[in-house]
Design a protein around this ligand. Structure first.
Ligand SMILES: Cc1cc2nc3c(=O)[nH]c(=O)nc-3n(C[C@H](O)[C@H](O)[C@H](O)COP(=O)(O)O)c2cc1C
Length: 296
């Protein structure tokens, strides 16, 4: 049994808490928020305390926190309290260095579009401009701002309703849906770490069956307690509704020379070889054949 380190948030400092939470609640998507103050000064800053919370109505929330260092508030928060509008620009790999640059704590009134070299384009419904380089831009109105505290580190939930979405057609696939490879999203982790959601970093997990999968608890003991199969392997096997018929298992056995050889083994050697063979089939998402091996 692992000996976990257990922390009480009240008993550790904000910086340590931030390290634990930001290092583990990750990767977080990045909201690149363009806002404007009453005088018309534009601001552009990234926030990774950000996500969507409802589709209809389309609600997204981001949180400019009070600075841990000196308990001051961020310009983005001050701006939305003056003009309750924000353009949320989605961040991809091609723009991440400029996004990072715009998180520099420039003085109030400094326009980070200018500092970062990104291109403002006029929004249709709201005053803050969109970021041309961003693959998806959402024009939002701010419905509510919820202050979570008044000490350093306290977040401020800016609850936004999306009114208009602009999608760059270059990130769409042949049927007009967002292509997760083409959009090339990045997300923030702890410290200076980011992740690029592209290439081999992307993988698919089919949604659980709409019919009921049997669950890991219903797997035969020898499989559930296997020394070789992983939690992911058991999860895939548990997402099966019906086991293959004996006649299909027999056909598979006859056709598969490797399996026939494995079945000559005895005891632990047999279990190990069958489980490892099933595992390699699961890696290739062939759950049906994995079951045939395990039940042979
Ligand atoms: C990728 C990234 C994500 C960030 N996420 C947050 C966040 O969620 N909340 C926050 O308060 N600051 C966050 N920051 C820091 C702010 O962007 C930074 O304090 C910025 O200067 C705020 O600008 P403003 O005062 O013009 O609003 C983040 C910085 C980067 C680079």
């Amino acid at each position: 049994m692992e000996t976990y380190r257990t922390y009480k948030p009240d008993e550790i400092g904000a910086a340590e808490l931030q390290n634990i939470m930001q290092g583990s609640i990750a990767p977080r998507p990045i909201c690149f928020a363009s806002t404007i103050d009453k005088a018309g000064n534009i601001n552009l800053s990234p926030f990774s305390f950000f996500n969507m919370f409802s589709t209809k109505p389309p609600i997204v929330i981001f949180s400019p926190a009070r600075r841990v260092r000196d308990n001051t508030t961020k310009h983005s928060l001050e701006n939305v309290l003056e003009v309750p509008e924000v353009c949320i620009n989605i961040v991809n790999y091609a723009m991440i260095q400029q996004v990072s640059l715009s998180s520099t704590e420039y003085a109030k009134g400094v326009n980070e579009f200018v500092k970062s070299g990104l291109t403002p384009i006029q929004s249709t419904l709201i005053q803050p401009p969109r970021v041309k380089e961003s693959p998806v831009q959402m024009e939002c109105v701010v419905n509510q701002v919820v202050q979570l505290g008044n000490t350093g580190g306290a977040g401020n939930l800016i609850i936004c309703e999306v009114k208009l979405i602009h999608v760059n057609p270059n990130i769409l696939n042949a049927v007009g849906k967002i292509d997760q490879q083409k959009i090339d999203l990045v997300a923030r982790l702890g410290g200076d770490c980011y992740v690029r959601a592209n290439g081999d970093a992307l993988f698919e997990v089919p949604k659980p069956l709409t019919t009921l999968g049997m669950g890991v608890d219903a797997l035969p003991d020898e499989i559930r307690n296997s020394k070789y199969l992983t939690g992911n392997d058991l999860g895939m096997l548990g997402n099966t509704e019906r086991l293959p018929e004996q006649t299909d298992i027999d056909v598979y056995k006859r056709m598969n020379k490797n399996l026939t050889e494995i079945l000559q083994l005895k005891g632990d050697e047999l279990v190990k070889a069958k489980h490892l063979m099933a595992q390699s089939l699961l890696i290739n998402k062939d759950v049906e054949s994995a079951w045939k091996v395990l039940l042979s």
